[in-house]
Design a protein around this ligand. Structure first.
Ligand code: DAH
Length: 357
């Protein structure tokens, strides 16, 4: 009995001696066949034995139960002083982080952040930007047009599309605001093209516009150089290439070069190159040994764009008001900052990628 390990075993022992067919029960039942004197004595002895067994079983049962309770308490113990389990709060997408950094830098130079609609009219996306119908320049933008039955355009005879750039916001903004003005327009844009490591049908642009008295290409160059130096600086999280060595006061030394180029909404127009981030300008495979990397399109705002925004050109041209505009891919900027080689990774939703930022 003392060796019993659990209540089941105790039950079996109880049954063996005191159950209906237990040894002692049977002996007690058989008492009546004994002569009176013997029966009395034997009865007393058997009852003592019965009580003894019952008591022993009871004690053992108590011991087993206590042990069991102690085990459960130990297993299910709650340490109310233990710190709670932290909920992982997630973090901003790398593209959002880069967008915020770009906004912060331009805001520090007096630019406001402006947004526009993703569904745009043909007028704002093309015509107002000096890209008339059937003009070959439209081929620069493979466009996703919306079906006429889905259109709710308030502007009569206007075809709707998914904007191919955020440049239309230049016109939308100048219709409502007079110069001087400085804005950047971050936002989602769409292109009807095949995807590969550097092309997506959906990506992000940042448009810039500054109109003021006597604004020149020199002002543009200074502002944009400052932007890239701050954006790719050592203190900004991300890229840390060899060119890091040549930075000054925490800011990366980055040179700018303007290459003549064509955009319908600017005149003159240029492509903006910056010192190759991988080699610092010496020439390497990343920059095809040129020492330069192409970063954005830009130029001086075309008089036709001012006119289409409801501003009288003569007030601006020759009268002192003029401005520059620029446009760049946010995805490309992020890819260069973090050395990412495939644009599709941003839209894959793959946590193994996203958790690195
Ligand atoms: N919108 C152009 C594009 O989609 C980028 C661009 C180039 C914007 C030159 C500008 C500019 O404002 O002046 O590629």
């Amino acid at each position: 009995m003392k060796k019993a390990r659990d209540l089941k075993e105790l039950d079996r022992i109880f049954g063996k001696y005191l159950g209906k067919k237990g040894k002692i029960t049977i002996l007690l039942k058989n008492l009546k066949s004994l002569p009176k004197e013997k029966r009395k004595r034997r009865g007393k002895e058997l009852n003592l034995l019965k009580e003894f067994i019952e008591k022993e079983i009871e004690e053992k049962a108590k011991e087993i139960k206590e042990k069991l309770t102690a085990e459960i308490l130990k297993k299910e113990k709650i340490d109310i002083t233990a710190p709670g389990k932290k909920i992982s709060p997630g973090h901003l997408h790398p593209l959002t982080q880069v967008q915020r950094k770009v906004e912060e830098i331009f805001q520090s130079m007096g630019f406001s952040i402006v947004e526009g609609p993703e569904i745009e009219t043909e007028w704002y996306n093309f015509d107002a930007l000096n890209i008339p119908k059937d003009h070959p320049a439209r081929d620069m933008w493979n466009t996703l047009w919306l079906k006429p039955q889905n259109q709710k355009s308030k502007i009569k005879n206007q075809k709707l599309l998914l904007r191919t750039h955020t440049s239309p916001v230049q016109v939308r903004y100048m219709e409502k605001h007079n110069p001087p003005l400085r804005i950047i327009v971050p936002g989602r844009v769409f292109r009807h093209e095949a995807t590969d490591s550097s092309h997506e049908t959906n990506f992000y642009h940042i448009e810039g516009l500054m109109v003021d008295k006597n604004v020149s290409v020199a002002n543009f160059k200074a502002i944009i150089q400052k932007f890239y130096q701050k954006f790719f600086s050592a203190s900004a999280k991300g890229y840390g290439g060899p060119a890091e060595a040549s930075r000054e006061g925490g800011e990366r030394q980055i040179e700018i070069r303007l290459i003549p180029c064509y955009f319908p909404f600017t005149e003159p127009s240029f492509e903006v190159d910056i010192t190759c981030l991988a080699c610092g300008g010496k020439g390497c495979p990343a920059c095809q040994k040129t020492g330069w990397m192409e970063m954005m399109g830009a130029g001086m705002v075309h008089p036709a764009v001012f006119k289409n925004s409801g501003l009288t050109p003569h007030q601006y041209i020759g009268g002192g008001w003029q401005g520059f505009a620029f446009g760049m891919g946010l995805d490309r900027l992020a890819m260069m900052k973090y050395k990412i080689n495939d644009i599709r990774l941003f839209y894959s939703g793959d946590l193994r990628f996203l958790n690195q930022f």
